[in-house]
Design a protein around this ligand. Structure first.
Ligand code: NI
Length: 255
């Protein structure tokens, strides 16, 4: 069995008291690889440090839409420098648009930050990890305008119709523990239309803990619950689902 958690935030302050113990437990739980994802310059630097200290962890660097407001040229240059000089950096992320909270960055700042990093990912030949929360179609519009295909839509929460569009554009789609929730009907419908070779699994830990741990701190060792549920929906064995999503991630991140 091979599990690849393609989206985790081990740099999160929630792990400050016991990070190394958590990482040790993840490794012992049978998880083969973790993609540790940054959300601003500081957390991206932390992500690189965590990946460099652990063979089985890789990382992504980028500026999340929630940090878009304060991002300046120097920050984008630093992200690029990390991507160019650190061999464990395998993607630009997480980047995207989030209109869910009113106090998030202004819309024009978010779209500019997103577009700039999509261009950076293309220039560097790296895949992009995309966050889309209530973007009212702006993420999809920008991806189409820029003809982006080397990207994953992370923590997918859209409809089956949107999933089909993304698949046709060539994107990967990744699901969290949300698929295990009782009210996950929409995610399950989307899952059904996505070919196995376009699927990846993730925890988005420390958030989004799957059932039966919903509401608690999440970590990569719980990615198995996501795999179990997706295997059930797709009608394949747990081992087969793990193998396919693992190979998808290895190919996508060019590891
Ligand atoms: Ni995330």
């Amino acid at each position: 069995m091979k599990l690849f958690d393609t989206h985790a935030h081990l740099d999160d302050a929630w792990f400050d008291d016991d990070r190394e113990a958590v990482i040790e437990n993840i490794k012992n739980s049978g998880v083969a690889h973790v993609m540790e994802v940054g959300s601003d310059v500081k957390s991206s630097e932390k992500a690189v440090g965590i990946a460099n200290a652990h063979d089985f962890i890789y990382c992504a660097v980028g500026i999340h839409p929630e940090s878009a407001d304060g991002a300046d040229d120097k920050d984008f240059e630093r992200i690029k420098e990390l991507a160019l000089t650190e061999p464990k950096v395998k993607a630009i992320g997480e980047i995207g648009i989030d209109y869910h909270y009113d106090d998030c960055a202004p819309r024009e700042k978010q779209t500019a930050c997103f577009e700039r990093q999509l261009d950076m990912a293309r220039e560097l030949g790296l895949p992009a990890i995309i966050h889309d929360r209530d973007s009212k179609g702006d993420v999809l519009r920008i991806l189409k305008e820029k003809n982006v295909s080397n990207a994953v839509m992370h923590c997918f929460s859209g409809s089956a119709e949107t999933a089909k569009i993304l698949v046709n554009m060539g994107l990967m789609i990744s699901f969290t523990g949300v698929v295990t929730f009782k009210n996950a009907r929409r995610a399950i419908e989307a899952l059904k239309v996505i070919p196995l070779e376009r699927l990846m699994i993730e925890t988005d830990s420390p958030y989004m803990a799957p059932e039966p741990h919903r509401g608690k701190r999440n970590d990569s060792s719980y990615v198995r619950y996501v795999a179990e549920k997706i295997a059930e929906v797709k009608g394949v064995s747990f081992d087969e689902l793990c193998r396919i999503t693992y190979e998808n991630a290895i190919r996508f991140f060019n590891i």
